[in-house]
Design a binder for this molecule. Structure first.
Ligand code: M6R
Length: 366
């Protein structure tokens, strides 16, 4: 049941500290500050290319993984929506690793992309939440998320546990390829170990985010911006808002603003910005200043340092302050406020949060 929560979605958002912790404990050894992957039927050292396929929110988890794997493991990565990939007849290298991300393990397009990769001789590794699902049976190896059953149609805890597994996988692959110093592994392991506690801290901002949602609920269109690994989080924020509040939202890479979407900006379009203090912060900050100069109402999500820097130049309509963390784990943490923002906006709009119109939890048709 929903316990004391008004909706399954809210309950599932609040379960994240626990389920991320459960998922981490399968690969992270906090005392030794190491990550170990289970035995895989492929030597990660020899993989020429990683191809990731998924749909919807799981696709965004794949997008974040591309940034992580390229940066840490220095392996070429292609990430695609399964519905596009499967009809493209893409060339796949011998001994390539094909990864599939799916909560249900039953999504038709993802499953068919898996079967195509299998026919093409790829090694099949899936990240799944449902044991004994079709993808579980058809994969060479599976890394499980321990999110527990997700009832809300909008994916929340499945996404952050997917990111958790994929972060560990990126570290494991980087190690296998000799691209990670012992010192950096220890830093990353401790940053990951802190994630459940940090997520719990962010959940304490719930009331503040609910207030900001009042502005979002009045809007007809909302833009989400992010750069680097924050770009997929902007896409995820926009998808979440669309699917449960029915407000039109778009996620954009911050650097693309001036190539078109900036024409949309005025006082009626809130702009949600995902901007952790990382090496891309300054770039995003200058895109935000341009938006504010054009009258946009910006909801700026950053850490204390990032918010202070922004306020020296411009005045966002609202800020959401998150703890300062290693940028590597930021995508997991910055997901929480965009989930809460869409949840509270939908509640204000009076929509059916757990069962949005036209949507099914598991898309087993094409
Ligand atoms: O079960 P899957 O992870 O394969 O599902 C993929 C998408 O259908 C799913 O993430 C969908 O986009 C959610 N409704 C997003 O909240």
């Amino acid at each position: 049941g929903k316990g004391n929560y008004r909706h399954f979605m809210l309950k599932e958002i609040y379960e994240q500290p626990t389920v991320i912790g459960d998922t981490l404990s399968t690969m992270l050894h906090p005392a030794q500050q190491t990550i170990t992957l289970p035995d895989l039927p492929v030597d990660l050292k020899d993989v020429p290319k990683v191809t990731i396929n998924a749909c919807g929110t799981a696709f965004y988890a794949g997008m974040v993984t591309k940034y992580w794997l390229e940066q840490l493991a220095r392996v070429p990565v292609e990430v695609d929506m399964a519905s596009e990939f499967r009809y493209r007849n893409p060339p796949l290298p011998k001994d390539g690793l094909a990864m599939f991300v799916s909560q249900s393990g039953e999504t038709m397009d993802t499953l068919e992309a898996l079967r195509l990769c299998k026919r093409e001789g790829q090694h099949i590794l899936s990240v799944l939440n449902m044991p004994e699902s079709t993808m579980d049976r058809e994969s060479d190896a599976v890394l499980m998320t321990h999110a527990g059953p997700e009832i809300g149609v909008a994916s929340t805890k499945a996404f952050t546990t997917q990111l958790t597994v994929l972060a560990c996988f990126a570290i494991g692959m980087a190690k296998a390829r000799g691209h990670l110093t012992r010192e950096r592994e220890a830093q990353l392991a401790s940053a990951l170990a802190e994630v459940p506690g940090r997520v719990a801290e962010i959940l304490n901002h719930d009331d503040h985010i609910a207030e900001i949602a009042q502005k979002v609920a009045e809007a007809r269109d909302v833009l989400y911006l992010g750069r680097g690994p924050s770009f997929p989080i902007a896409l995820e924020g926009a998808l979440k808002l669309k699917e449960i509040s029915y407000i039109h939202a778009e996620g954009y890479a911050s650097g693309e603003m001036k190539h078109g979407p900036i024409a949309l900006l005025d006082e009626d379009v809130p702009v949600v910005v995902i901007a952790p203090s990382d090496e891309l912060y300054e770039k995003t900050a200058s895109n935000v200043q341009e938006a504010i100069a054009r009258g946009a109402k910006v909801i700026f999500i950053s850490d204390k340092e990032g918010i202070e820097k922004m306020k020296r130049h411009s005045n966002p309509m609202a800020t959401i302050e998150l703890p300062k963390v290693d940028p590597f784990v930021a995508p997991i943490l910055y997901t929480i406020p965009v989930q809460l923002l869409s949840y509270h906006t939908a509640v204000l709009k009076g929509t059916d949060v757990d069962q949005p119109r036209n949507l099914a939890k598991s898309v087993t048709v094409e």
